[in-house]
Design a protein around this ligand. Structure first.
Ligand SMILES: *Cc1c(COP(=O)(O)O)cnc(C)c1O
Length: 432
């Protein structure tokens, strides 16, 4: 006899159906509740399956900086879809990748010369690390240690995890990490000590490269550091032939008020990692760029000196097209004015709340505004979740990190939407 068919539960929500087969990132499912199902997004707004809207105050993890479903981008990608969808990038090339290389060179620091594609921020940094290590290997230098900042975050693949300082999440893999030494971030007061520590490490370790998030450490709760201090570190690295790798995965494409955070520094990195807003939030892609010096160390009659790293979807034409459309927007007057407008609004809001007794370490760079909510330690436990819920209930999507509240809105956010975000933050200051 045939089993009677299970009655189909027709009226389950997306959030309920999600729980059957899906495993979400950075989630302990036993402790997490249902996932919110988002069915539509436009500009700075997200809409859930019940039709409730939320202002995307963090540009969906720093990607959709020109707004969700921006027609200036989707139309270009739709046209490219009819033309060329995918082609092997080994032995073949295509116009979107070539045009993107030209457009990126226009906005990258002048010393950058070559681009290597991959699919996400972790692989962008993984490749940056491999370039730094193999650079020395190819030149016959005996150097095998990477240098990184404490509390840095560079992604979830093995090399990227190794250089990330937030090891609470990486405990299971520590035995497999590449060799890494760490220095504190320079905060203006400790610059000399940091340089001292770096000098010592240079004497005692075979340091191949230094990977860092320039000026803002995103995952470390938007911690900001001293440009002059970083500049001195980079100078010392250059003098000691340590390859510098700027992880601009978060900071790239206008968020700091300049196209790249590296522009705030005199010393330019040998290698730059880009992803997130590179493709304007439409498709996954990453680029690791490097100077001629790096490329030349791989350019050889010996095949084995090449960079033998490659992903199936390398330089996908659709993703390249999205990136090109994104850069066209970034360099437009309109978006530059939007960036200036958001920066100014943040400054004014910052002035307003700076003196509030619960506001600690208020900081801003470009469209990134962050501060710590100074409440009693006993409240820390579920403070983050309560804050998150408070914002979502007010129709604002912010994703506090511990007790740090930060805003990184799409540049196209309206003044009214910005005010709604600020109001919900002021409510949080009252209620927590
Ligand atoms: C998000 C992020 C990464 C990792 O990028 P994924 O695309 O999530 O793999 C690496 N570095 C920084 C600075 C990031 O913000």
């Amino acid at each position: 006899m045939q089993e009677p068919e299970k009655p189909r539960r027709k009226h389950q929500s997306l959030s309920q159906r999600d729980q059957k087969h899906l495993w979400h990132p950075l989630t302990q499912h036993k402790l997490a509740g249902e996932m919110l199902a988002v069915v539509r997004a436009k500009a700075a707004l997200l809409f859930d399956e019940d039709g409730k809207s939320y202002i995307d105050g963090i540009s969906s993890w720093y990607t959709c900086i020109y707004g969700h479903c921006n027609e200036k981008i989707t139309e270009k990608v739709a046209a490219q879809m009819q033309q060329l969808d995918q082609i092997v990038f080994s032995g073949f090339t295509h116009e979107p990748a070539i045009r993107l290389s030209e457009a990126l060179m226009e906005i990258l620091p002048k010393n950058q010369d070559k681009l290597f594609f991959s699919d996400n921020g972790s692989t962008a940094t993984e490749i940056g690390i491999k370039m730094a290590l193999q650079y020395h290997h190819n030149l016959g230098n005996d150097r095998n240690v990477m240098l990184a900042f404490e509390e840095g975050f560079h992604g979830d693949t093995f090399g990227a995890m190794s250089v990330s300082g937030l090891s609470v999440y990486n405990g299971a893999f520590e035995d497999h990490f590449i060799r890494v030494e760490r220095i504190p971030v320079p905060n203006g007061d400790n610059n000399e000590e940091v340089l001292q520590k770096l000098q010592e490490l240079i004497q005692t370790h075979k340091i191949a490269g230094f990977i860092y998030e320039p000026l803002v450490q995103g995952a470390a709760a938007m911690k900001m550091h001293d440009a002059q201090g970083l500049n001195e570190i980079l100078k010392l690295c250059r003098e000691n032939e340590i390859i510098t790798v700027a992880d601009e995965v978060m900071t790239g494409f206008g968020k700091t008020g300049k196209n790249f955070a590296s522009e705030y520094l005199e010393e330019q990195p040998d290698i730059i990692c880009m992803s997130k807003a590179l493709t304007a939030g439409l498709l996954p892609m990453a680029v690791t760029s490097c100077s001629r010096k790096i490329y030349d160390a791989f350019y050889s009659d010996e095949i084995s000196k090449g960079l033998f790293h490659g992903h199936t979807y390398t330089a996908n034409p659709l993703a390249c097209t999205a990136a090109l459309a994104g850069i066209a927007l970034l360099t437009s007057n309109e978006i530059q004015q939007d960036i200036a407008r958001v920066m100014k609004a943040h400054q004014e809001f910052g002035k307003k709340i700076r003196q509030h007794p619960k506001v600690k370490n208020l900081r801003q760079l470009g469209v990134i505004l962050a501060f710590e909510l100074d409440v009693q330690m006993e409240r820390y436990g579920d403070l983050r979740n309560q804050l998150f819920q408070h914002f979502m209930d007010s129709g604002v999507f912010l994703r506090p990190l511990g007790n740090t509240i930060y805003v990184l809105p799409p540049y196209v956010i309206t003044d009214g939407q910005l005010t709604e975000i600020y109001n919900s933050i002021e409510k949080a200051l009252e209620n927590f």
